[in-house]
Design a binder for this molecule. Structure first.
Ligand SMILES: NC(=O)c1ccc[n+]([C@@H]2O[C@H](COP(=O)([O-])OP(=O)(O)OC[C@H]3O[C@@H](n4cnc5c(N)ncnc54)[C@H](OP(=O)(O)O)[C@@H]3O)[C@@H](O)[C@H]2O)c1
Length: 329
């Protein structure tokens, strides 16, 4: 289960800027809170202002409790440096609005954690016409990394992008760029298969970007957080009795990690000095692990990369495209 795995507490100042997507609950919540407790300024990129504000309040209370316990390594500031910024990954328009608003703030960006994700959700199309797990888990967060990369490249040494993927990528069927989008009967949609594919896409994105980031100050990694007792199973509960039972067995009780345990691999990838400058790694339980041969296949990675750029072409101006390809160094 990986109990006992840990991350080092690093001393950051509030000038260290971190974005964590989907940080109002679950793994993202613990990731944002612990990095903020190291002293960094953490931007909570969430779709619900109300949920994010409630989360910030809870984090501040939990921080006070950690201080009272004299937890080693936490900042001696009076309160955590946490900010909400609106981001709905179901919408490319909202994703672009988030990007523009971050750019306008003229801030640097040192760590970007693409954590937000939807699991096993029934078939639904976004306003952009994409199946929602594809868009939320992969496409919109690809757009985010593409646009924020130029800022990271000018933000000083040791900048990191962490993509929270899953070992579910191991269950993706044979890669075929023509079967990325489901075209069949919505009733027959396999949410597990398409969740697995979306997580495989993230691992492939990590390899493709890592290749292009060689020699730069930005490293990209991805990871499996474990099976974690979060709100992740929320869609399963809406489904039939069989799925409901499986979901309840898998995502509750003794076989799962707590959200804090589940966040450790993400936090370690984001802050541990030992991973400085080391991109292209897939982590599991804070250690290097091996993703599938299919996700490591360069031909498939290239096909996915080209397809993604085509899908996002209206949102990727030439300078961003050149930056992605490492051509404007
Ligand atoms: N839990 C596990 O066992 C497990 C295993 C492997 C991988 N993972 C991965 O870990 C990551 C975090 O999942 P979790 O377990 O912490 O699940 P969670 O508790 O359901 O949290 C998911 C987060 O993503 C956000 N999100 C969902 N749709 C969004 C959208 N359209 N725009 C912006 N944010 C959105 C959610 O916001 P709302 O609260 O507003 O919906 C929430 O903050 C995911 O990428 C998941 O695939 C989880």
């Amino acid at each position: 289960m990986g109990r006992g795995m840990s991350f080092p507490m690093i001393q950051f100042t509030k000038e260290k800027v971190v974005i964590v997507t989907g940080s109002n609950t679950g793994i993202g919540y613990e990731t944002a809170k612990w990095i903020a407790m190291m002293g960094a300024c953490v931007i909570m990129a969430c779709r619900s202002k109300e949920k994010a504000q409630q989360a910030i309040q809870r984090m501040q209370e939990e921080f006070k409790a950690e201080k009272a316990k004299k937890t080693p390594g936490i900042t001696d500031a009076d309160s955590l440096n946490l900010e909400f910024m609106s981001l709905d990954l179901m919408s490319l328009k909202s994703t672009m609005a988030f990007i523009e608003s971050f750019k306008q703030s003229m801030r640097p960006l040192h760590i970007l954690v693409c954590n937000a994700g939807l699991g096993l959700s029934p078939y639904e199309l976004s306003e952009d016409g994409f199946e929602r797990m594809f868009q939320v888990n992969y496409l919109s967060q690809f757009l985010l990394t593409a646009h924020l990369l130029p800022i990271m490249k000018t933000s000083g040494e040791d900048c990191r992008i962490v993509l929270v993927s899953s070992n579910a990528h191991k269950y993706a069927s044979r890669f075929d760029v023509n079967s990325i989008h489901y075209k069949g009967d919505p009733e027959k949609f396999s949410s597990y298969q398409y969740y697995s594919k979306s997580k495989e896409h993230q691992v492939m994105q990590m390899f493709s970007m890592n290749h292009r980031l060689q020699g730069s100050n930005v490293a990209i990694t991805s990871l499996h957080p474990g099976v974690v007792n979060t709100e992740f199973s929320r869609y399963i509960q809406e489904r039939n009795c069989c799925w409901n039972c499986i979901g309840k067995c898998v995502w509750s009780g003794a076989f799962t990690r707590t959200p804090f345990e589940g966040a450790k691999t993400t936090i370690d990838a984001a802050v541990n000095p030992k991973w400085k400058g080391k991109g292209g790694i897939y982590f599991e339980s804070c250690k290097e692990a091996t993703p599938t041969a299919q996700s490591r296949n360069e031909e498939y990675q290239t096909a996915l990369w080209r397809h993604t750029l085509e899908l996002l072409k209206n949102h990727l101006p030439t300078d961003i495209l050149q930056g992605l390809e490492g051509k404007n160094e």
